[in-house]
Design a protein around this ligand. Structure first.
Ligand code: NAP
Length: 550
């Protein structure tokens, strides 16, 4: 991109890309500190994930009393969540309430994708371009572009010829879709597929589920908010939030396990799993024992428990066996929470098609054909096929550092970041919940708040020290990436072909992307970095180009 030094451009201190839950809080926090901040959002309104993912059954898998902002105690007390887990419409209503309550909308430009960003070495500013041709110069840029924001539709031959309608769960029509009486195909059985399939089955005259890999799913046990629980939680909200910060996944209410799954009798273990199964929730289940995610034999005890539950739920033993995962330890792919998923296969009009055995060969005008020659006539197809996770959104921007390095080059062998917050070679650029931060492995709103607070304090430090530029030292980044990988390698996570390693996108380098050392440990590292005066980040001023601090 050519650098624009003209005056007819917006001048900012901080440009934020993305008006999801993180970008919104970053705006609120930085504006209060007096920075000139603006958010650029490609969608027509705020909410990020919750704006785009409007598919039937979409719901958060973190309990609503936890999955909410913690920065304002009055907001916390006043907001009432009607259900244990928030539905997409309810969460979007909450997000919009936050946008209005803190008057954020006036500093957000909607329908405005950032298409290119170049760092200007001469002025220490990012030069951003929007889809509409606007030019923005900003000292700092924060990419709050989301981890699961680039939907992926597999490249199927013949899709253009298909005469029915097709949808991706991550780009759902705002006025909804009525499948009543239709022959529907759902491709994909991750969280989005598993949540939507029971609802679509309730409308469709015929439903085919095209499954490549079965996944573990637990009952969510959703229901109306228990008012006693809500009252008790609100009475102690501060201590819940404090406790959440000190957990590996950023959620309170789950006492740390103390025992190995292999140190107790089969009966005791079975009873514990039954209790967790009845309680609902994935953290509670995976946190039953100390070693479920680090020891395969321990993990097998939990996996076998869930496999038996699937067998008990699904009437047809052949269908049940097809629905049982065997290719990955439980929890190493995002553990799904469902409401009646496995029961759906007991309905006569619902058929499971194993596309691992016979892959989808092509779409036809009438539907699709699988490699065994079977033809499926369909009126509508739902792609629940996931996202180019964690790196897709940034790689879609023509992002370069003004000195010949593009993000595509930088990440050609997979993402490399310093604590998921910044990158060597890209001065003055932040990411919120970027690769190699806890991101998707912790409560996302809490992660967004923690990152935004850390960035705010760092900006204040730079302002105080009259600094206009920060750069990540290569060694600091290399050390962090090594640390991230070492931790991942000490767990069972890399054994799964998950989107955590980019396995769902053909050709994507296999790198373990989220930090799985725990949110609490990660936050401590961030806090220590600030306390020590940001070692590993080189600070300078453009008109001096001399170091102001080390
Ligand atoms: P996903 O977990 O990546 O699942 C995609 C599904 O599509 C997988 O079953 C995958 O099979 C299948 N698939 C992909 N390409 C295919 C192809 N060419 N042919 C056949 N099948 C194909 O995506 P997602 O369900 O949208 O969920 C992504 C993440 O978003 C979740 O893990 C979760 O973190 C988040 N999410 C959360 C919630 C919630 O809070 N409740 C809800 C939805 C999503 P393979 O496994 O074989 O690749």
């Amino acid at each position: 991109m050519t650098i624009d030094h003209s005056k007819d451009r917006t001048e900012l201190d901080v440009a934020i890309v993305g008006a999801g839950v993180s970008g919104l809080y970053a705006l609120h926090r930085l504006r209060a500190l007096g920075y000139r901040v603006r958010v650029y959002e490609q969608g027509g309104d705020a909410g990020g994930t919750w704006y785009w993912n409007r598919y039937p059954g979409c719901r958060c898998d973190v309990e609503s009393l936890e999955y909410s902002y913690s920065f304002d105690e009055t907001l916390e007390q006043e907001w009432h969540w009607p259900e244990r887990y928030g539905t997409q419409p309810e969460i979007l209503r909450y997000v919009n309430h936050v946008v209005d309550r803190y008057n954020l909308r006036k500093d957000i430009v909607f329908n405005c994708p950032i298409t290119a960003a170049t760092f200007d070495e001469e002025t220490d500013q990012w030069q951003l371009s929007t889809g509409g041709g606007e030019r923005i110069a900003s000292r700092f840029c924060i990419m709050a572009t989301g981890n699961l924001s680039t939907p992926r539709v597999p490249d199927y031959e013949g899709l253009d010829s298909f005469q029915g309608k097709w949808y991706h769960t991550g780009q759902w029509p705002h006025d909804g879709v009525d499948f009543t009486g239709l022959r529907v195909g759902v491709i994909g059985t991750g969280s989005s597929g598993v949540q939507s399939i029971p609802i679509i089955a309730g409308q469709a005259s015929r439903l085919h589920v095209f499954q490549r890999t079965p996944q573990f799913s637990l009952p969510a046990r959703n229901g109306p908010m228990d008012s006693d629980k809500e009252t008790a939680h609100k009475a102690a909200y501060r201590s819940h939030r404090e406790a959440a910060l000190d957990t590996p996944f950023g959620m309170s209410g789950h006492p740390p396990p103390t025992q190995s799954a292999l140190d107790i009798s089969d009966e005791e273990r079975q009873a514990a799993y039954e209790a967790k199964w009845a309680e609902g929730g994935s953290i509670s289940f995976l946190y039953a024992y100390t070693d479920l995610l680090i020891n395969k034999a321990a993990n097998d005890t939990a996996a076998d428990f869930v496999r038996d539950k699937i067998r008990q739920t699904v009437n047809d033993p052949k269908v049940a066996e097809k629905l049982i995962p065997h290719d990955h330890p439980i929890g190493t792919k995002r553990l799904i929470l469902d409401s009646g998923y496995f029961e759906t296969y007991n309905q006569d009009h619902v058929t499971l098609v194993d596309v691992r055995e016979a892959p989808i060969e092509r779409f036809t005008p009438e539907g699709l054909r699988t490699a065994d020659g079977n033809e499926y006539e369909l009126d509508a197809v739902v792609f629940a096929t996931g996202f180019d996770a964690m790196t897709g959104a940034l790689r879609n921007i023509a992002l370069d550092n003004g000195a010949g390095l593009t993000i595509q080059d930088k990440w050609s062998n997979g993402p490399r970041c310093f604590m998921g917050l910044a990158m060597a070679g890209f001065p003055n650029l932040f990411m919120i919940t970027g690769p190699q931060s806890p991101s998707v492995k912790a409560q996302m709103i809490l992660g967004g708040e923690q990152h935004s607070d850390w960035i705010a304090e760092f900006l204040e430090y730079m302002r105080l020290n009259d600094v206009t530029r920060f750069e990540v030292e290569q060694k600091a980044e290399d050390d962090w990436v090594l640390h991230n990988n070492d931790i991942a390698d000490s767990t069972l996570y890399p054994l799964a072909n998950s989107w955590y390693v980019g396995a769902n996108v053909p050709g994507k380098p296999r790198v373990f992307m989220p930090y799985v050392g725990g949110f609490n440990r990660y936050k401590k590292a961030c806090d220590e970095l600030a306390e020590k005066g940001y070692p590993g980040l080189r600070l300078s001023r453009y008109d001096e180009m001399s170091d102001v601090a080390d």
